[in-house]
Design a protein around this ligand. Structure first.
Ligand SMILES: Nc1nc2c(c(=O)[nH]1)N[C@H]1C(S)=C(S)[C@@H](COP(=O)(O)OP(=O)(O)OC[C@H]3O[C@@H](n4cnc5c(=O)[nH]c(N)nc54)[C@H](O)[C@@H]3O)O[C@H]1N2
Ligand SMILES: Nc1nc2c(c(=O)[nH]1)N[C@H]1C(S)=C(S)[C@@H](COP(=O)(O)OP(=O)(O)OC[C@H]3O[C@@H](n4cnc5c(=O)[nH]c(N)nc54)[C@H](O)[C@@H]3O)O[C@H]1N2
Ligand code: SF4
Ligand SMILES: [Mo]
Length: 736
């Protein structure tokens, strides 16, 4: 059966959303035992509506999901859930998602597909994969996913195929902060947790903590404010978080690094730092002093627009509350060529004030070993080590970056040039690079070099639509995952358990990867008959009971949280064992430990930095087609400063055209005082191009399409893409 998707309305009325749809259980689906039994039951699991994966409890009635709430076995979570999590039921009972494997029957991206049985789709993949490996070897395969606690499976899969090329999404997310944290502490971004609940002052640089949220963190933040904590919030626009902060600065785009430099200058000049802590744990203080000497608050005022007096008052006030203070080094911070040094200086401020391993400050994440208990067994360790060079050359050419998930944006130039070698097959799992990396046109040109592109998704993502094969994964409510182990003050194990049988012919990831490996004659690395066998392998020797974990959903590996000794045992993983203001690894890579401020180039009138972000009820590009969430925000708008809009003749609600280097988007203006005159803003995730997503199809503007040329533009020290350096022109789109 071949079909061409021309008009979404005429061809796909049968894809209308309805709760009354009859479930079509697939008899061959590998279900967790007991999942089909009738009656009412409660399943402890993990939400899948965004990548935070909060603990949830799901009420199932006669095989249907009746209710979802937070899992009260997790004390902070209680029964809370965000709007996206609650819309999980709408997602589950929506038919506008892939229901069976699809094999492309026309040119890439044409929307011509034929329905396939699983056997046929897997055999098709194996046939292509064998040809790729014959031509380029095992290293000619790549995989990218969405990171997180289940990646032991994807890493096992790609390694079993003989490839070092595991990637995740992080080049457009937390990589700059991650690398900055490594350069100072030798620890990764998430190895330094934040005790937000007990903090006295939280400094946020565009970290929109109650809209770009994790339920537990948002609750901790609100609870801290309730106890009198203060918040300084720095952004180019007023977000909901700005409305909760007691101090808000609307700064010029891409300049917050200047604030940190000025603050460090004041802290050092006025001795506002913890000299005992610094003497014990820090190297490079003198070099830092010399470097920040001229970066005064008066200088920073000229760059950021924040008055020097306010900068001084703020840092004195913050220092008075130290060490119960957190400078949030960012998840993303902004995304420009100085993001790495912004994150680095935020952490330098944390180190100067001694906010490390203290209540209300940063807490070093503990591993099971810190509590003398055994963590879960890793599947990946069953696979022999791969010695081949990564295609992004991290670990060889780029030694200062973490090999782990590499930098995905470097894959695309390598596809085009064949340097350092050719990759011919690319698996994209729970990831949508054509939405989440800049300049999809440039990415598509690179993807055209592939012999095989496979997308494993629960939605028709932009990337799935461009793939050769779409393999539908069962939704997070229809499948179990491998057990997740999470670090933190107390490490714990978390269970995503299957709640209901799959409604369509989808399969869980562990099954998909195992089947490909079996057919590729590498089955020995994932030779489990069912998911329960994997769980038992993971838990062996940990002393954790599988039934207890399934019942509770979350089991802590430690009784009581302990802190490391701040005098003797902080255990930083740098070469010196200290917090390296002057970093040995950066020096070896030829990068400065302290980088001079780079003044963002001036823009012409009518030009703006395009910045982007989230709203609390949407997750990236994956929920704009959700039947309920779509109602809350059918399309995005372009935030533009009132005074500037007036000069351009643009009124609130007017149709505008946003253009950048040949790319254009048409939408509506939101004229507001709450954004800096040099920036315009839009919520990410709109402007979808897949006709099968009838609600989101062609609604609103896609920020990533306007980011022309940004695929190859990245922070040279941190590696992350410089998305907020995109400059766009805005004009009123006159309609006669
Ligand atoms: N222009 C621009 N670019 C951005 C951002 C931005 O705001 N603007 N944000 C950046 C950030 S911070 C991030 S983290 C990335 C996120 O980038 P992505 O990870 O690509 O984004 P998501 O939309 O979260 O999810 C990707 C895909 O996973 C699929 N998916 C969801 N759940 C499941 C599941 O259970 N199984 C499977 N197999 N698939 C599933 C979704 O349907 C979606 O197609 O984007 C980054 N890039
Ligand atoms: N509801 C919801 N919550 C989420 C997600 C989601 O998709 N939806 N995704 C999760 C993920 S993957 C991530 S990474 C986090 C991201 O969490 P945040 O980092 O808080 O992410 P954003 O919403 O992208 O917020 C970016 C903010 O930075 C501001 N900004 C832009 N340019 C500049 C600048 O130059 N300087 C400063 N100081 N600010 C600037 C923007 O105006 C915007 O308000 O959110 C997580 N939580
Ligand atoms: S933040 Fe919301 S959508 Fe994301 S995992 Fe938690 S409850 Fe689900
Ligand atoms: Mo992210």
């Amino acid at each position: 059966m071949a079909f061409l998707l021309a008009s979404p309305k005429s061809n796909f009325q049968n894809h209308q959303f309805t709760y009354l749809i009859k479930t079509m259980n697939d008899k061959n689906a590998p279900n967790v035992s007991g999942v089909d039994r009738p009656g009412r039951r409660t399943v402890s699991s993990l939400c899948g509506m965004c990548a935070v994966r909060c603990p949830i409890q799901v009420e199932v009635e006669d095989g249907r999901v009746a209710w979802i709430q937070g899992n009260p076995n997790d004390k902070t979570m209680e029964t809370s859930l965000c709007a996206k999590g609650s819309a999980g039921i709408a997602f589950e009972y929506d038919d506008e998602r892939p229901q069976y494997p699809l094999i492309r029957s026309g040119p890439r991206g044409s929307g011509q597909w034929r329905r396939a049985q699983w056997d046929e789709a897997l055999d098709y993949i194996i046939d292509k994969l064998k040809k790729v490996v014959d031509k380029y070897g095992g290293r000619g395969i790549a995989l990218s996913d969405r990171g997180g606690p289940f990646t032991d499976l994807t890493k096992t899969f790609i390694k079993s195929l003989g490839s070092p090329n595991y990637f995740n999404h992080d080049c457009t997310c937390g990589r700059n902060t991650h690398h900055a944290t490594k350069s100072l502490f030798g620890l990764g971004r998430t190895d330094l947790g934040m005790d937000i609940k007990n903090t006295k002052h939280l400094v946020l640089y565009g970290r929109n903590i109650i809209e770009s949220l994790q339920v537990k963190e948002a609750k901790d933040f609100i609870s801290a404010l309730g106890k009198g904590a203060k918040c300084t919030y720095i952004d180019v626009r007023a977000t909901l978080t700005a409305s909760k902060a007691h101090r808000f600065w609307m700064i010029r785009p891409n300049t917050e690094y200047a604030i940190n430099l000025a603050w460090i200058n004041v802290v050092l000049k006025e001795n506002l730092y913890d000299s005992d802590f610094v003497a014990k744990w820090v190297t490079g203080l003198d070099e830092l002093k010399a470097f920040v000497h001229d970066y005064t608050p008066e200088w920073a005022e000229g760059v950021t627009g924040v008055p020097a007096g306010e900068l001084r008052t703020a840092i004195r006030e913050i220092a008075a509350d130290a060490p119960q203070v957190i400078f949030h080094a960012g998840w993303m911070t902004a995304r420009h060529r100085q993001s790495f040094y912004t994150a680095r200086t935020a952490h330098i401020l944390n180190a100067l004030m001694g906010n490390i391993e203290v209540t209300g400050g940063l807490i070093i994440s503990k591993k099971p070993g810190d509590y003398s208990v055994k963590g879960i067994n890793k599947l990946e360790e069953r696979v022999p080590k791969i010695d081949a060079e990564r295609v992004d050359q991290i670990g060889t050419k780029f030694k200062h970056w973490d090999k782990g998930p590499g930098l995905l944006h470097l894959l695309f130039p390598a596809l085009l040039s064949g340097e350092p070698y050719q990759v011919g097959a690319y698996f994209v799992y729970r990831h949508d690079p054509l939405s989440s990396l800049p300049d999809p046109d440039a990415i598509q040109k690179a993807l055209d070099k592939l012999d095989l592109l496979v997308s494993i998704d629960v939605n028709y993502s932009e990337t799935a639509w461009y793939a050769d094969v779409i393999l539908p994964e069962s939704t997070y409510l229809e499948r179990g995952n491998i057990i997740a182990q999470k670090g933190g003050a107390k490490p714990n194990l978390q269970m995503r358990d299957q709640c209901i049988a799959p409604r369509f012919e989808s399969r869980p990831a562990w099954w998909i990867f195992r089947e490909i490996l079996r057919r590729f004659e590498r089955g020995e690395y994932l030779d489990f008959e069912n998911l329960e066998e994997i769980w038992r392998f993971q838990l062996e020797g940990t002393g954790v009971d599988l039934n207890e974990l399934r019942e509770k959903g979350v089991v802590s590996l430690a009784e009581k949280a302990v802190k490391r000794d701040r005098d003797t045992g902080l255990g930083f993983k740098t070469p010196s064992g200290k917090i390296e203001f002057v970093s040995q690894s950066l020096t070896e890579a030829g990068l400065p430990s302290f980088a001079p401020f780079y003044e963002p180039p001036a823009k012409k009138p009518g030009q703006f930095n395009l910045v982007f972000g989230r709203v609390g009820f949407l997750a990236h590009a994956q929920s704009t087609n959700n039947p309920l969430l779509h109602e809350l925000m059918p399309e995005n708008t372009l935030w533009i400063n009132s005074a500037v809009a007036q000069e351009l003749g643009i009124g609130d609600g007017d149709t505008i055209k946003v253009s950048s280097d040949g790319a254009e988007a048409v939408g509506r203006a939101k004229v507001t005082d709450f954004i800096h005159p040099e920036a315009v803003f839009m919520v990410h995730g709109f402007g979808r191009t897949v006709p099968l997503q009838t609600r989101a199809y062609k609604k609103g503007m896609a920020d990533q399409r306007l980011m022309k040329g940004m695929l190859t533009s990245y922070d040279p020290a941190g590696g992350g893409n410089t998305l907020t350096e995109t400059v766009v022109t805005v004009t009123k789109d006159w309609k006669p």
